[in-house]
Design a protein. Structure first.
Length: 94
């Protein structure tokens, strides 16, 4: 998959399905993700983006009805923040 930039801070490689099938996150999620990135003014580390059914089924513990399959979920980290802190701060933003 190419390193095509699809927003100010994110590329297809980061947000698309890791198997390379071309499945991409929904544009509304990309807008929200960019907003979170700008609010924190720190890099977000995307650990999982959109997933096709085949790739999702290959992952241990992935929910069979995951929102990743619809391009409506991503998993992110920000260095120096716990998952709890990150979730709390995003809840405050939205």
């Amino acid at each position: 998959m190419s390193k095509c930039v699809i927003s100010t801070h994110f590329s297809e490689q980061e947000l698309g399905c890791s198997c390379g099938c071309g499945m991409m996150v929904d544009s509304s999620l990309l807008v929200a993700l960019e907003s979170v990135r700008c609010s924190f003014d720190r890099p977000l580390i995307v650990t999982s983006g959109a997933r096709c059914r085949l790739y999702n089924d290959s992952l241990n513990g992935a929910a069979p009805n995951s929102y990743h399959l619809k391009g409506l979920a991503i998993d992110i980290n920000i260095l120096s923040l716990s998952s709890f802190e990150l979730g709390y701060l995003i809840d405050l933003l939205y």
